[in-house]
Design a protein around this ligand. Sequence first.
Ligand SMILES: Nc1ncnc2c1ncn2[C@@H]1O[C@H](COP(=O)(O)OP(=O)(O)O)[C@@H](O)[C@H]1O
Ligand SMILES: O=P(O)(O)OC[C@H](O)CO
Length: 508
Amino acid sequence: MTDAHTAGPFIAAIDQGTTSSRCIVFDKDGRIVSVDQKEHEQIFPKPGWVEHNAIEIWANVQEVVAGAVAKAGITRADVKAIGITNQRETTLLWDRTTGEPVHNAIVWQDTRTDALCRELGRNVGQDRFRRETGLPLASYFAGPKVRWLLDNVEGLRERAERGDILFGTMDSWVIWNLTGGVDGGVHVTDVTNASRTMLMNLHTMAWDDKILTSMEVPAALLPEIRSSSEVYGTAKGGALDGVPVASALGDQQAALFGQTCFSEGEAKSTYGTGTFMLMNTGGTPVNSYNGLLTTVGYRIGDQDPVYALEGSIAVTGSLVQWMRDQMGLIKSAAEIETLALSVEDNGGAYVVPAFSGLFAPYWRSDARGVIAGLTRYVTKAHIARAVLEATAWQTREITDAMTKDSGVELTALKVDGGMTSNNLLMQTLSDVLDAPVVRPMVAETTCLGAAYAAGLAVGFWPDTDALRANWRRAAEWTPRMDADRRQREYKNWLKAVERTMGWIEHEE
Ligand SMILES: Nc1ncnc2c1ncn2[C@@H]1O[C@H](COP(=O)(O)OP(=O)(O)O)[C@@H](O)[C@H]1O
Ligand SMILES: O=P(O)(O)OC[C@H](O)CO
């Protein structure tokens, strides 16, 4: 609720995430005034397939926007802009006349386009995609998902070529609906989301005609690529009717923005369903030779784009969910800390959660999860510890790659996301990285970043210096592990990772 410290005006941010949609209202100091959140169904039609119902998601978005506005006790006149952030790569095609999705959204974790990616690698070549888009050919990205839909939904390709169908990642879907849908909704995406489609040229910031031809995706489907911070249109109807929609950033880029990593070399790591570490590399895209992605960090209005190097880890928080939902070893995510603290160490066990293959730095779709080092001694408490350590060791592999690619040594890591409420995990992270780990006062950095970008677009905040002044440290963990143990356990971890490789034998 509003109080004396949170007098208006405000910015509202919508985060359309993998497991839920939320809306947060922020004041000028970047403090949270109200939050509303709603989970949506995770649909698993086959092993490796993950879908979302986009109609359910849009209904939830409307509900949480109304909820957050009501909880703040404000009216739409108090809200100066709406910012959008979203799970990236999740792909939707819908009919521009009816507004009906032609299929469920295909989620970023979905591996159905594996064979297609291997075929594109053989016919077009890995290097072409890396060079033009900054991304390795992998089922993670949106382009191959679009192609799959066009090839597998009957009659869709003809409708798409006629211009009847629109493509979008979840930012585009939310903005189109928010600004009127079939009644004049704007069809746009921002550079950060577009940089994850595998269809945008990283150097020109435009759709790449040659890649579109190779991927067999008609240009008529595509949204207009805009900056991350500008007014795209105004909300029509709903709790924020008439308010400008003024930012869009993929959620990990939004967290980079919310953590105010505006200078080259500054990095953050977000611990949610997966974990994503991004480092600001300034005005030039840095090529990765160590398994990272080159991506757009953000672009403010007509300023030059800022690039980032990214280490993407597919499974971290979702491993804790798996312990809870599939294994039944804990009743809540938070319980894993108590269970893990009941033992001193992992008892020799290592869990490598290669559920959708391995993302950075390996990009191996043939990997599958393993629990290594099992003996009769190992209890569920040791496994709980190994589950938390898996997140820490996966981060260590990413920070090693970042240092090699950027030449920047890690001096401290800014963290955020749902898993950072786990103290043991944060201590373990600092131990295995051998660096301080720092969490800001507002851990909802994803929404905060979207709010900041929207606020800049409408003059709510004057510049990025004003945003920096809002960043405050809430907690810090420093390394306690001795170097020998760190080295020994890292070696064990890498041995366990090796065991995951080649489990799936691809039928050529
Ligand atoms: N105390 C905790 N310890 C470990 N993991 C946690 C804890 N609390 C939440 N999580 C994990 O964090 C994730 C939720 O974080 P959140 O940032 O909301 O994720 P997302 O934005 O990806 O949906 C879930 O996967 C959950 O299992
Ligand atoms: O919705 P999240 O927080 O799981 O983030 C998902 C990422 O954007 C996928 O690239």
